[in-house]
Ligand binder design. Structure first.
Ligand code: HEM
Ligand code: HEM
Length: 187
């Protein structure tokens, strides 16, 4: 395949999300679901094997989500104007819901970083100290939004998956297909 062809596959088009958007969507989705389910399961079933395996990696996974979301935001901005769209007023709703999800997906790990940095623990990821701890009351206070944001994201994800299923099984349109990489049928 030519270099131009590979680049075209990475890019979004009005018919289908490109491989870069799809990769970022599914990797971040998997990491966030692993984060939330490991914490929530630990709260209702202390000592379960899944949470015990994942929780020591909570910061490392969270910092990775933050880095991926920074890349994803720049990538999405570069793709504006040639992404798939919905018909009519649904498009405006979908754009707002997705912008809100991006904001929450950045604030989620960022609040974790602020909490652990500002309350003196520092940010430890992948066996290294990324940011040494400090006594920064405003950062520790901002970090308190970590838990409410986790609940908000959980609600948004449930609504989001319900909408994806509604599009696929109810409306029978191409919304899900274009996020799994199958272009819309030619109109
Ligand atoms: C996708 C990213 C993340 C998700 C979905 C997530 C989710 C959660 C959830 C649901 C909790 C339990 C709620 C609470 O007790 O506050 C929690 C706690 C915590 N998270 Fe995260 N987190 C993420 C990233 C991070 C990062 C990047 C850090 C640190 C740099 C971090 C540090 C912590 C700490 C220290 C706690 C315990 C707080 C406490 O017990 O008061 N998290 N996280
Ligand atoms: C696991 C089941 C999931 C399914 C079936 C799913 C499906 C989809 C579909 C079909 C779209 C395209 C929507 C459109 O074109 O209007 C989309 C976009 C999106 N999804 Fe999901 N999704 C899932 C999980 C998640 C999770 C867990 C998150 C958040 C962590 C998420 C965040 C987003 C965002 C922000 C977009 C906007 C498009 C972009 O810029 O990537 N999704 N999803």
């Amino acid at each position: 395949m030519t270099r131009q062809g590979t680049f075209a596959m990475l890019q979004d088009s009005p018919q289908v999300y490109g491989s870069a958007t799809r990769f970022l969507h599914w990797v971040v989705a998997a990491l966030v679901i692993v984060q939330l389910s490991s914490v929530f399961l630990h709260e209702v079933w202390d000592g379960n094997a899944f949470s015990q395996m994942i929780l020591p990696w909570h910061t490392s996974i969270g910092v990775s989500v933050l880095a991926l979301m920074a890349i994803r935001t720049l990538w999405a901005l570069s793709q504006l104007g040639h992404r798939p769209v919905h018909d009519g007023s649904l498009q405006r709703m979908a754009v707002w819901a997705h912008v809100l999800m991006y904001a929450l997906l950045i604030m989620m790990p960022l609040s974790g970083v602020l909490m652990t940095w500002g309350s003196g623990y520092g940010v430890h990821a992948f066996g290294s100290v990324l940011i040494p701890g400090a006594d920064v009351p405003w950062a520790a206070a901002l970090g308190m939004v970590h838990e409410p944001i986790a609940w908000l994201i959980t609600l948004m994800i449930l609504g989001h998956v319900a909408m994806a299923m509604h599009h696929h099984f109810g409306r029978r349109d191409d919304t899900l297909k274009r996020m799994v990489g199958r272009p819309a049928d030619p109109q």
